[in-house]
Design a protein around this ligand. Sequence first.
Ligand code: SF4
Length: 61
Amino acid sequence: MENLDMSQLKSIASRCSEYSPNGLQLTSSTNSNDVACTNCEHYENSKCSLGLIDQILTNLR
Ligand code: SF4
């Protein structure tokens, strides 16, 4: 799996139908609206556990 930068992870999450905020941000006043794979509960070990990153990335190119 290639390394993705934050802007890519945001673009992917904003297009992803399975994006699910992991809730770790709670009431934090900063960045609480950031949609990115890193904030998704399906994101594990720098990968999407549903395997959607590659699929969406392909459509971004
Ligand atoms: S981690 Fe997977 S399910 Fe979550 S937003 Fe990214 S591509 Fe979608």
